[in-house]
Structure formats: C-alpha cells, structure tokens
Design a protein around this ligand. Sequence first.
Ligand code: ATP
Ligand code: MG
Length: 457
Amino acid sequence: MAAFTIPEVERATEGRLLFSVSPGLNFSQVDTDTRTIEAGSLFVALKGENFDGHNFIRQAVEKGAAGVIVSEEREEYAQIPAAVFLVRDTRRAYQNLARFHRRRFAIPVIAVTGSVGKTSTRNMISTVLSQKFRVLQTEKNFNNEIGLPRTLLQLTSEYEACVVEMGMRGLGQIAELSAIAEPTIGVVTNVGKSHIELLGSQENIAKAKCELVQSLNENGIAVLNQDDPFVAAMADACKGKVVGYGIESNAPIRADRVVCNEKGIRFTCRCFDQMFEAHVAGIGEHNVYNSLAAVAVGRIVGLSEYQMQKGLAEYKGTAMRQELLRMGPYTFINDAYNANPASMTEAVRSLALLTKGRKLLVLGGMLELGDWTQQEHEKIGREIAEEGMDILITLGEPAGYIAAAARQSGMKNVYTVTTHEEAAQRLQSVIKPGDTVLVKGSRGFKMEKILPYFERK
Ligand code: ATP
Ligand code: MG
C-alpha cells in the first residue's frame, strides 16, 4: 500500500499542514471512501457531482484516519485528532500522490487506450505478462481521473509490472492520465466512434487517443494497431520507438492463417524473428488484435515465445464482453457490458463466423451517438441482414432503427419489444436447441437482464 510521511504529503501535493497531532506520523495508505477506510490512512476529501468528501471528515477520523486532505478551511478541523492538509484542489492532490507513489517503482507501466477493447486488451496483456511477472492491473473499469490514481496507489514492491486502462470523454483527459501514470509503454487499440457526441469527429477522437503516444519519452514504446489508419498515423507523434501489430498490414507483430469459430481462435503469430501457433479461448477477430497487442507488450518486456503462447492460452475472457455461456441446449454470447458502432459491428461479425446452429440477436441501442444515432443503428441493421442472421429482437429506442433497417434489407424474423421481460418471452418462443444468441447493447440498457430467464433451462 502507498505509505506517506507528512513531508512527503506536503511535497507531493504542494499542500500546507494546518494542524498535526504528531510530526512523525506515517500514513499507511490513501483512501477516498469512508466506507472502506482503515485506521492509519490518509483521507482525501474529493468532491463529486453528488457528494462532498468534506462532509465525511468526522466519519473518516472516527474510523481511524490519521490525516485528511481538504480544500476548504473549516473551524471544526482544529478539533479533530488527525493531521489536516490544505490544498487548492483535492482531486489534483489525490492524483499527485498517485504520481509520487508511481515514481517509487522502476517497473514497466503499460497504459491501454482506444475506442473499444481497452478492458479486454488490458486483461489479455496482464494474463500474458503474468507468465513472468507479478502484475497489478486496473480493477473493473476504473479508467478515469479517480480510478487511475486509485490503481497506482495500490502498487507495492511486490509488483513487477502494472497495466492500466485509460478512458476519456474529451480532449486533454488522456494527457492528464498519462501525466499521472507516466507509462513506459502505450497501447492504442483503435479509433472508433464512441463518444463522438462529445468530441465532434473521429479526427478529434484520434487526437485525444494520441495524447498517450505523445506522453511517452525517448525511452517509451508505442504499441500501435497498424490496421487502423488513425492509430498507425500516431507513430509520427512518438518520441520513442514504435511497435506495430495487425492482420492486414505487414507489421512486425502479426497474425497469419487466422481461424475463428466456436472452438476459439487459432492463428500463426509472427513476432519479429519469432513464430508460434496461438490458441485463444474467445470468439471474433477483435480478440486476435487484442492478442497481438499482448504479444507486442510481452516481447518488449522480454517474455519468451513459450510464455507468450501460454499466456494467450490462459486468457479466460472478460465478463460481459463476448462472454460465452452455455445454458442447457443454447449458447449465449453475453456482450451486454456496452455497445458502440465498432463493437456492435465486431460482435455481429464474430457471430457470423460461427459455423453451427442458428444465429439470434437480442439488441439494445447504442447511446451517446448524437446526430449519428439513426445512421449508425441503420448500418448495423443492414449488416445483420447481409450476414444472414436468423432472428433479431430489438429492445426499445434507438434500437428500433436496427430492426427497421434489417427488415428493409429483407430480413424476415425481426421483432421489436419494449421491456426485458417481453424480449425474454419473445426469445423463449423462438429459440431452439443448438441456437447461439448474441446479447448486446449500451450499458444503459442492461441487456444482461434477459439471461436469468434462461439460466435454469
Ligand atoms: P469502455 O470504454 O466501456 O471501458 P473498453 O474499451 O474497455 O470499453 P471492452 O470492455 O474491452 O472495451 O470491450 C467493449 C466491447 O468491445 C465488447 O463488446 C468487446 O467484445 C468488444 N471488443 C473488445 N476488443 C475489441 C476490439 N479490439 N475491437 C473491437 N471490439 C472489441
Ligand atoms: Mg473498459
């Protein structure tokens, strides 16, 4: 855990010590949540949309916090039995503590960004690196300005590598995260259209992702998807080395003879002068890309061919991201974590690659597309019809555009419903043993809610 002395807190946060109970104090760790805080911790009073940590200071100290960081001077602070530091901005202070702590460790820090596949790729990289190193990785989806520092503050001397995910909702945010994590390796998966509503254009999204590459110093290495022109172009912004990966392009890390079906993924992996057969439990070509990113990082940090091969084979998938579930005579692909145009297209393609049984889809809509909403949903509808899928059920709006476009493109079995229950009932009435069902939609639609209807079947 991240321990700090009083002078270290002052140095890291440029804060001023207002009151102290004992000058030799050593905080055992940093926390922002009074529900989980442990005795001896340093509590940072963050301000969120719905809460203000300053109102929980008493509670934190009652639970044993030995110090607190605040951005407001209140008289009551003089009474509390803990060290009190005053800073201008508590969020910035939290981030600065994380950076200070990260600098204590001379280990590879790998940051992953991109429009889709960050969590899956991060997980794949961690699984591969775990063949040689003890790896700390981002928990859940903690990929923002609070989640990233939180991960870094968990570093201890036990860890030999750290893999973090970086998400963004606007320009400048990846730069801010990179300044905290100071990654030694930056991976960019792709540039799609997620958050286009906020950023206006794909060029802007590319610019935002490129901030990770720009943050690398001369010793840094950018791992770039060569098959994505927006990502490939980021090489120009890199002060350090670039390692490319891809299937179509002639990248140093590439996959040949790719086979994706219900048995998983097989390909011949070429990694500079090395070559090995890779087998990954998962479906869809996107997992080949994620594997290649993991191989690139593995190679950079010195894994053997065998370790990379074994690491890929041990990848177990990521919950709710194309997770394969066998439920009685049916197979479900639970991809309900989220959806955007790139991952939706990818999911449809992955389903199309399966060779056995009928292909069914139960889809919610894709959010945050703004003016692109109708056209992006219609595009998916056409793709579904063109791929010859058997049955489509869409839930609510804007997924109705998918249904309408699929019908217009000649697909017969298309149903629109308005509740999860209705979706499950409709599916129950049409499903047959041997069928595979893709369940996907933006987080707001919670499409996983239809799964319990089938669990005991
Ligand atoms: P978020 O922005 O929500 O954190 P993320 O970038 O972490 O998303 P994942 O959670 O890994 O992405 O995956 C989201 C969806 O994209 C899943 O449906 C997954 O199956 C699909 N996916 C994973 N990797 C890729 C890829 N390389 N290209 C396209 N789609 C992918
Ligand atoms: Mg994620």
